[in-house]
Write a protein that binds this ligand. Structure first.
Ligand code: SAH
Length: 372
């Protein structure tokens, strides 16, 4: 995993002291060890302590010399994020608001279902895509996360589990557009996927994107088994551009063609996500058009009833509209599922917890939003 560290994974520019261990480039850390006459194997030892040993401080690393532990603590941190808020819902969903070293905050969620332990992680502080119903992008984007910060979501969530439990799945469905921060994400996923990392294989990782065609193609060419989910939300360009403003530049045709390419290259069926907004994209005509669009493709549709976001004027579909939407898709021969709501009592949809906590200090900026 050493080679996986890239320049992009470095700490944010305005953070100079107490750098998170996972964002120190491998060569830089090797040089740091050499300067202190420490063997290179110390790097592996540290990684093992944080990953397998769940250490959150250097002091816990009892087989490291005391001097080394002190020197490490002066410059680095095993985990650079802090838990600013932890909530848990009755269905055992946990949500963490993590404070980053530069005082920004991000969210991640642990979903527990039968034997599955799924981490839902973020890739950016905020989001630049501006989907009109989504809380993450309401205040725009502050920055991409580093690979270390992304990995720390996973470590922090895993540390909530009992000692004999591990994370089994990752969904990149938190804040931000993963394909706009792809290098950092891939670096984090490589470490997460390695045997001496968290051992979560690519087949158990779903990357959800608003649909950036060039990046989808790049992902397809990696030769990895990641699962791709594309957020469609509308069956035609006119409606999609109203809901997903970036569609203006890309258009459905390009996105679907990139998704088809992903399927050809990887053999992995693409999931299309469709957030249902009452009176906007939930009519039987919308469903029929979606069926026509996807007919003949090896595709699966995940319908997501809109999760309330305070201050936004949208509503979930009525149960009759939902049933009829599902029926239309079945009739068109499209595989479809309605996504269950998990953790709705703890603001578990993207960007909601951060938004609520931050709005307790400062009123949200809603004026930049155009209702559809
Ligand atoms: N930027 C990525 C990841 C977003 S989060 C993407 O666009 O796919 C994952 C999914 O949750 C996306 O399909 C997103 O549109 C959806 N989502 C965001 N806010 C939501 C809300 N309030 N209710 C229901 N689904 C929401």
């Amino acid at each position: 995993m050493d080679e996986m560290r890239t320049k992009e994974s470095r700490r944010p520019a305005n953070v100079t002291k107490h750098c998170g261990f996972w964002d120190v480039p491998t060569e830089e850390f090797a040089a740091w060890l050499t300067a202190r006459r420490e063997p290179p194997m110390r790097a592996r030892q540290l990684r093992r302590w944080i990953i397998a040993g769940r250490a959150e401080s250097f002091d816990q690393m009892t087989d490291l010399p005391r001097n080394l532990r002190r020197a490490l603590a002066e410059e680095f941190e095993p985990l650079s994020t802090r838990i600013a808020h932890h909530s848990q819902s009755p269905d055992e969903t946990h949500k963490l608001l993590l404070r980053l070293a530069d005082a920004q905050s991000i969210e991640c969620v642990l979903i527990q279902e039968n034997k599955r332990r799924t981490a839902c992680i973020s890739t950016q502080v905020g989001c630049g895509m501006g989907c009109v119903f989504c809380a993450s992008g309401l205040n725009g984007i502050a920055r991409n996360l580093t690979s270390g910060e992304i990995l720390e979501h996973l470590i922090r969530l895993r540390n909530l589990l009992a000692a004999d439990q591990r994370l089994t799945h990752i969904v990149v469905m938190g804040m931000g557009e993963p394909l706009a921060s792809l290098d950092a994400l891939l670096t984090a996923l490589e470490i997460a996927g390695s045997k001496d990392g968290l051992d979560i294989g690519a087949r158990h990782v779903t990357i959800s994107t608003v649909g950036l065609p060039a990046k989808i193609r790049r992902l397809a060419d990696l030769g990895k088994q990641y699962h791709l989910a594309v957020s469609l939300h509308a069956p035609n360009d006119e409606l999609r551009t109203r809901i997903v403003p970036t569609n203006d530049k890309t258009g459905l045709k390009e996105i679907l063609s990139a998704a088809d390419y992903f399927f050809e290259r990887t053999g992995r069926q693409v999931t299309y996500e469709y957030v249902l907004l009452q009176g906007i994209n939930d009519s039987p005509e919308n469903a029929k058009e979606l069926g026509q669009l996807l007919r003949g493709r090896r595709a699966h549709v995940n319908l997501i009833p809109f999760n309330d976001v305070s201050g936004l004027p949208y509503q979930a579909p009525t149960s009759a509209a939902l049933t009829s939407f599902v029926d239309q898709l079945h009739t068109a021969g499209v595989s479809v599922k309605v996504r269950k709501r998990k953790g709705s009592t703890i603001d578990a949809a993207c960007g909601q917890l951060r938004r609520r906590i931050e709005s307790e200090n400062q009123p949200p900026k809603l004026h930049s939003l155009e209702a559809v």
